[in-house]
Design a protein around this ligand. Structure first.
Ligand code: F6P
Ligand code: MN
Length: 324
């Protein structure tokens, strides 16, 4: 399968014929899972060709979290949900941008969580944004450990897709290439990605004046002791991609004003924490019990959670420093 390219630059890229395609790479997986991941990739390519039509600001609507949505948020959600349903593989879609879950086909194998456009505040400035998909066989709510697979798509200067499956062989990254005939395809860029041992960057959201003082001291230490550089893009997918490749730390913490944090447990934090842990990193939900985000129990699929993720030593140190 491949998506038709409409870019004027299509003839500039001619992938090496020996390159590993996403399609080929997925062949060791159960066929239904392979088909769903590949379909998600192709849908995300098709979508991008239409982004310029939907750039014009706010939709005028609010989502279930009371947040004003961008035109592109609503369009991306509708497009992705319709296309996922057409695969025949999805039983239920839980989306950040749907007021109720979309129940479709009782006999289809998968339940998915969707953040159809992560980092909407970057649309107007042409900064990166992405899509986050969580794939389960069981109905939700479930602990994140029950994830079958997680996938993110990052629309940056190049277009990447990163996936990992439960019990699989790690986290793999693919990049969109164009064939000479104008068809686009994902080719393997990095296999079995591991966070570098020494972290390189960190990004932290929320107002620093509202951070817990212990957390603020830890954050300062990331600069002063660990020599990490600050990087905060306004898109969780993009910031996570930096931590995955360069090592380091990302958080949208709990503060007095937002004790449950800002990010969505199911739509955002579970899939990216799964990828982080599969790449040798760690995640924490801020709880006193020190749980990984993947062990957080919340029966509300729309719940928020504080999130802290990155190199394991940094997460362990943070947990210790927050307890002092
Ligand atoms: O989905 C939430 C989100 O858009 C993330 O992608 C991003 O990291 C964050 O919110 C940005 O929030 P803020 O504007 O508060 O920094
Ligand atoms: Mn998001």
């Amino acid at each position: 399968m491949s998506a038709k390219n409409t870019s004027p630059n299509s003839s500039l890229r001619s992938p090496n014929s020996a390159a590993v395609t996403l399609h080929g790479h997925l062949q060791s997986l159960p066929s239904d899972l392979a088909k769903l991941i590949e379909s998600f990739g192709l849908i995300s390519l098709d979508m991008q060709t239409q982004f310029p039509k939907y750039l014009g600001g706010s939709s005028g609507d609010k989502n279930k979290y009371g947040e004003a949505t961008a035109k592109l948020d609503n369009w991306a959600n509708g497009y992705m949900c319709d296309a996922l349903i057409k695969t025949g593989l999805v039983r239920t879609i839980h989306s950040e941008e749907l007021r109720e879950p979309l129940y479709h086909n009782d006999t289809a194998p998968f339940v998915v969580t969707l953040d159809p456009l992560d980092g909407s505040s970057n649309i107007g400035t042409n900064n990166p944004f992405g899509i986050i998909l969580g794939i389960y066989r069981d109905d939700l709510p479930q602990v994140g450990r029950k994830l079958e697979a997680a996938v993110y798509k990052l629309y940056g200067p190049v277009n990447t897709l990163v996936y990992s499956v439960s019990g699989g062989d790690g986290v793999h990254e693919f990049v969109k290439h164009y064939h000479a005939d104008g068809h686009a395809e994902f080719l393997l860029l990095n296999k079995n990605i591991k966070l570098p041992k020494k972290g390189g960057v960190f990004g932290i959201g929320a107002n620093p004046a509202d951070w817990n003082p212990r957390f603020a001291a830890f954050a300062q230490g990331l600069h002063a002791k660990d020599g990490l550089k600050t990087r905060y893009s306004g898109s969780f997918v993009a910031d996570f991609s930096q931590v995955l490749h360069m090592g380091g730390f990302f958080s949208y913490p709990a503060t007095k004003k937002i004790p449950d944090g800002k990010f969505r447990l199911y739509y955002e934090c579970i899939p990216l924490s799964f990828l982080c842990e599969e790449a040798g990193g760690a995640s924490w939900d801020g709880s006193a019990s020190g749980d990984s985000v993947l062990d957080r129990i919340d029966n509300d699929v729309d719940a928020r959670t504080p999130v802290y993720l990155g190199n394991k030593e940094l997460i362990d140190r943070l947990k210790k420093e927050m307890r002092k």
